[in-house]
Design a protein. Structure first.
Length: 276
């Protein structure tokens, strides 16, 4: 891959562009926000409006912006292939199926929880799992160029069905974000912030860390994966009610032991990842 164009120069798009740039790829960038354009330009990404044909276009905008772009009559032009990096896949890949440019759904499993302010760090992609979803429009060329991008990022490709992706990600990402938000809501509705912080430590900090995520990003996740998220919210509520029942019957310890065993096994197999 000799050239790429990144639409969306926030945390993920800029760092992806910088990583490709460091590997000798010519990177063009576009964004509707002038501040984002200026920042990317100062870091070496070419933000001049150009009609250069690129090997790959990366859609790094918010999920609903990706959907709007793929839904519009104005085709993304001057590219041989397209990949997105949105956090949900079914709706995006459904649109890609009939897109006139070969496209593949993507989702890199990296980033930081608080993206309101950040310093450039293209190494966030190092060793990260990069989920990929097939579409009906993809071809051999698009597959090859997307896999080359993943290699240049030093990420690990994992192919997954779009529907299964959204089911699993609702548990591993979307539900934790909403639980974190609900815990903050419970705290702020019942106590003053000084009371909370005077008695809060690692448990509260860890459990509410995800609430710092950009609200628009969380809304996009919910909007495009609500069926799965709502299903597991109901399941989670049932789990909490079960906890209450188990405690009343003095059987809580078995449930807790089972959860501890499962979580420790997870750590032993995959290790503990640093929080960001």
């Amino acid at each position: 891959m000799k050239s790429a164009r990144v639409y969306g120069l926030g945390l993920m798009g800029t760092n992806l562009g910088l990583k490709l740039l460091s590997k000798g790829v010519t990177v063009y960038g576009e964004d509707v926000d002038q501040e984002s354009l200026d920042r990317a330009s100062s870091l070496g990404i070419n933000t001049n409006n150009t009609s250069e044909v690129v090997d790959l276009t990366i859609l790094a905008m918010p999920i609903n912006s990706i959907i709007s772009t793929l839904s519009s009559e104005k085709l993304i032009a001057n590219t041989k292939a397209i990949v997105d990096i949105g956090g949900t896949k079914e709706k995006i890949c459904d649109l890609m199926d009939s897109y006139k440019i070969p496209s593949i759904g993507g989702h890199p499993m990296c980033g930081i929880s608080d993206n309101s302010s950040w310093e450039p760090d293209p190494e966030i992609y190092n060793g990260a799992t990069f989920l990929l979803c097939e579409t009906q429009s993809m071809n051999r060329t698009s597959r090859e160029v997307v896999l080359e991008m993943v290699q240049l990022l030093n990420s690990k490709e994992v192919w997954i069905d779009r529907i299964h992706h959204d089911e699993i990600i609702s548990i591993t990402s979307h539900l934790p974000h909403l639980i974190s938000t609900a815990l903050v809501g419970t705290a702020k509705d019942n106590y003053e912030i000084n009371e909370i912080m005077g008695m809060a430590a690692g448990g509260f900090d860890g459990a509410t860390r995800l609430t710092r995520t950009n609200p628009e990003m969380i809304k996009d996740m919910y909007d495009t994966n609500s069926e799965n998220i709502n299903k597991f919210i109901k399941y989670f509520l049932d789990e909490l009610l079960d906890l209450m029942d188990l405690q009343e019957r003095d059987e809580l310890i078995n449930y807790l032991n089972s959860s501890v065993h499962w979580r420790r096994a997870l750590s032993e197999k995959f290790g503990e990842r640093p929080l960001s």
